[in-house]
Design a protein around this ligand. Structure first.
Ligand code: HSE
Length: 443
C-alpha cells in the first residue's frame, strides 16, 4: 500500500508531541499497522521556536493552505485550537475530500453538528479522540466498545486544571490563586484559564460525550455550567467532616425522553472511585446496561498523552483509507439519520442532595427560621452543623438535605436571603451520593 500522507496545521504543545510520535515511533507504528504514515507537512506561523523535532527539509512550513491545496495529502491534522481559523481549515479540508483529525473540543461543542454533516456529505472521516480527556479512549469506547450498551450515565472529571486546583486546596491547603498559578506553570490550563475555572472546558467535553452516549445532536448551549471559583478551603473542610470530597463533575444521565447534562462542583463520598482521582488526572465512569460500570482514568492534557490520542485517530483513518472504508464507524456513534434532537433537563428540574453553608447571626431562633423555610418548600434536612469562628458578625451553619428539587431549593434560598439575620449569599454545592440516594429510595 502507498504511504498515507499527513499534513498537520499547528505545531504548539500537542502538535509537537504528535510530530514526535510520528517521527520517533514511525517504525513501530508501521510494524503494528502495516501502513507507512508520511508526515509531509507541518504548518505553523511560528517558524522560530525550537520544537526539538528533527523535521526533514521542506516539512516545516508556514502556510497552512499548502496542506489544504496539496492533492497528495490524505489526512489533515488540525492542532491550532480556537474557533474561526480552525473551522475554516477543517471545512476547506473536508471540501477537498480530505479526512480530518482534530482535538478542538470548543469547536466541536459549538459547531460539531455542521462539521460532522459536512464530513458525511463529502464521504470523509472527522476524528476527535483527543478533544475529550486527552489520552483516555472515551470516544472510541462510546463509538465502538460500548455499541451494545444503553448508556445510562456518565460521570467524569474532565478538566485537569480544576482537578489540580481542588486537589492542591484539599491536600495542601493552598489558596486558590496559588494553586491556579501552579496549574498554569505545569501547562494544564487553557490559554484563557476562565474556560477551565468556570467549567466551560468541561462543558464542551460533556456536550460531545452526551451526544455520543445518547445518539443525539450536540447541544452545548443547554448544558448547565458552574465553575469552581466559589469553592473555599472552608467548604472543602466541611465536606471532609461529612465524608465527602469536592470535585468538578461533568454529569450526563439518561432520563428517558430527556437528558441531564450538567457541569458543577459536587460533593462525592470519599469511597467513590472518582474521589481518589487526584492532581491533573481525568477520569470517567460510564454506566451501561450490559457492562454495568466502567472506569477509565488517565492524563487529560499534556503533550504526549494528548498526542497519543491524536495518533490513534490518525491510525484509525489510515486504516479506513487502506480499506476504502470511510464512515465504517459513524463519527457520532449512531448512523447520521438516526441522530435525534433530545432536550436537556433544565437545572431547576433536577433532584439531588444539597450542601448549604449559610452565614448567619448567632442568636436564638435563627436555625428554626432556616429549617422552617426549607420545610415549607418541601426540603427535608438530613444533618446540620454549626462550627467555626464568627466572621463579620456571622457564624457558618451547614445544612445537608435529603433529595430536593432544584427549583424548590432556589425558592427557599431566595426566602432565606430576605431574613435579616442572614449575611452574604449562601454557598450551595450539590451532592452526588448514590448510597444516600439508595437509602432514601428504600425508605
Ligand atoms: N485545559 C484542559 C484541562 C486541558 O485542564 O483539562 C485540555 O482540554
Amino acid at each position: 500500500m502507498r504511504p498515507v500522507k499527513l499534513g498537520m496545521i499547528g505545531c504548539g504543545t500537542v502538535g509537537t508531541g504528535v510530530a514526535r510520535l510520528l517521527i520517533e515511533k514511525q517504525q513501530m507504528i508501521e510494524q503494528r499497522t502495516g501502513i507507512a504514515l508520511d508526515l509531509k507537512y507541518v504548518a505553523d506561523l511560528d517558524q522560530t521556536t525550537d520544537r526539538g523535532v528533527a523535521f526533514a527539509p521542506g516539512v516545516f512550513i508556514q502556510d497552512a493552505w499548502t496542506i489544504i491545496n496539496d492533492p497528495e495529502i490524505d489526512i489533515v491534522v488540525e492542532m491550532i485550537g480556537g474557533l474561526t481559523a480552525a473551522k475554516e481549515f477543517i471545512s476547506a479540508a473536508i471540501g477537498k475530500g480530505k479526512h480530518v483529525v482534530t482535538a478542538n473540543k470548543a469547536l466541536l461543542a459549538k459547531q460539531g453538528n455542521d462539521l460532522f454533516r459536512a464530513a458525511q456529505a463529502a464521504g470523509v472521516d472527522l476524528a476527535y479522540e483527543a478533544s475529550v480527556a486527552g489520552c483516555i479512549p472515551i470516544i472510541k469506547s462510546l463509538r465502538e466498545a460500548l455499541v451494545a450498551n444503553e448508556i445510562q450515565a456518565l460521570v467524569g472529571i474532565l478538566n485537569g486544571t480544576c482537578n489540580y486546583i481542588l486537589t492542591k486546596i484539599t491536600d495542601e491547603g493552598l489558596p486558590f490563586d496559588q494553586a491556579l498559578a501552579q496549574a498554569q506553570a505545569n501547562g494544564y490550563a487553557e490559554a484563557d484559564p476562565t474556560l477551565d475555572i468556570e467549567g466551560l472546558d468541561a462543558a464542551h467535553k460533556l456536550a460531545i460525550l452526551a451526544a455520543l452516549a445518547n445518539g443525539m445532536r450536540i447541544n452545548f448551549d443547554d448544558v448547565y455550567v458552574e465553575g469552581i471559583s466559589k469553592i473555599t478551603p472552608l467548604d472543602i473542610q466541611f465536606a471532609r467532616d461529612f465524608g465527602y470530597r469536592i470535585k468538578l463533575l461533568a454529569i450526563c444521565k439518561n432520563r428517558g425522553d430527556k437528558i441531564e447534562a450538567r457541569v458543577h462542583p459536587a460533593m462525592i463520598p470519599e469511597d467513590n472511585i472518582l474521589s481518589n482521582v487526584s492532581g491533573s488526572l481525568n477520569a470517567i465512569t460510564v454506566t451501561g446496561h450490559a457492562v454495568q460500570n466502567l472506569f477509565l482514568s488517565g492524563f487529560g492534557a499534556g503533550m504526549m498523552p494528548t498526542a497519543s490520542a491524536v495518533v490513534s485517530d490518525i491510525v484509525d483513518l489510515a486504516r479506513n483509507i487502506q480499506y476504502g472504508a470511510a464512515g465504517r464507524v459513524p463519527s457520532m456513534a449512531y448512523q447520521p439519520d438516526q441522530i435525534k434532537t433530545m432536550p436537556i433537563l433544565p437545572i431547576t428540574d433536577i433532584v439531588t442532595h444539597y450542601y448549604f453553608r449559610f452565614a448567619v447571626e448567632d442568636r436564638p431562633g435563627v436555625l428554626a427560621a432556616l429549617a422552617g423555610i426549607l420545610g415549607q418548600n418541601g426540603i427535608s434536612i438530613k444533618s446540620v452543623q454549626q462550627k467555626g469562628r464568627k466572621t463579620n458578625g456571622h457564624v457558618p451553619i451547614v445544612i445537608i438535605t435529603h433529595h430536593a428539587r432544584e427549583a424548590d431549593v432556589q425558592k427557599a434560598l431566595a426566602e432565606i436571603d430576605s431574613l435579616e439575620v442572614v449575611g452574604p449569599a449562601p454557598i450551595v454545592i450539590r451532592i452526588e451520593d448514590e448510597n444516600a440516594t439508595a437509602a432514601e429510595t428504600a425508605e
